[in-house]
Design a binder for this molecule. Structure first.
Ligand code: GRF
Length: 196
């Protein structure tokens, strides 16, 4: 059994989708979710839909800055993950850079989903930037997390078309649907042991 934690900052549609799909993968258990913002509705939603999952809202501490702040925040996250026996972390819209504390504890065991065909459009607002550049296709990438921003080795990548009639909203929606389809491939790989 591989024990998995999710980390999310926003609306959490990927996190929710992964939890909904996890039942298809008997060797994987998503039993912990870390949320790092007050604005994310995930704790309330998961409390109702998945009461067996431990959801922790862990915010960075005020007063600290830069690397000190990241280290202190990640140390508290790591305490929870250690207590839960977490083996893999799946970032699902987690909007902070992962620092040395978590990277060192989970070497090659943190996966991120990024809304572009990396190495194109790393960083934030990738759908919008690609759309505004007039791309004819974009995509979704699942990659291992390293110390860079969206630079780690690619595990899965798939493209989707941009049509001339697309609005930005329609383009993003097509991308999100691909995200929900693609991210469970990590559960499949963990389930079969092929990610190790
Ligand atoms: C997704 O577009 C994901 O690719 C990116 O952050 C967004 C999170 O969306 N890393 P959601 O909160 O899962 O809906």
């Amino acid at each position: 059994m591989t024990r998995v934690a999710l980390m999310a900052s926003g609306s959490g549609t990927n996190a929710l989708n992964l939890l909904e799909r996890a039942g298809d993968y008997p060797n994987v258990r998503i039993d912990t979710v870390i949320v790092d913002t007050m604005s994310s509705p995930l704790p309330e939603i998961l409390g109702e839909k998945f009461p067996e999952v431990e959801v922790k809202r862990i915010l960075p501490m005020g007063g600290l800055r830069g690397e000190d702040r990241r280290r202190e925040h990640e140390t508290r996250i790591l305490e929870v993950l250690r207590a839960r026996g977490t083996q893999y972390i799946l970032l699902a819209g987690y909007m902070r850079i992962i620092g040395g504390t978590l990277l060192g504890a989970f070497v090659n065991r943190i996966v991120n989903i990024h809304p572009s065909l990396l190495p194109l459009y790393p960083g934030v607002d990738s759908y919008r930037r690609a759309f505004e550049d007039g791309v004819t296709e974009s995509g979704v990438t699942l990659h291992l997390v390293d110390e860079g921003v969206d630079t780690g080795p690619v595990l899965f990548q798939e493209s989707f078309p941009r049509y001339s009639t697309d609005t930005l909203q329609g383009f993003i929606q097509r991308g999100k649907e691909l995200e929900w389809k693609l991210y469970p491939k990590i559960l499949e790989a963990l389930n079969s042991g092929s990610l190790r």
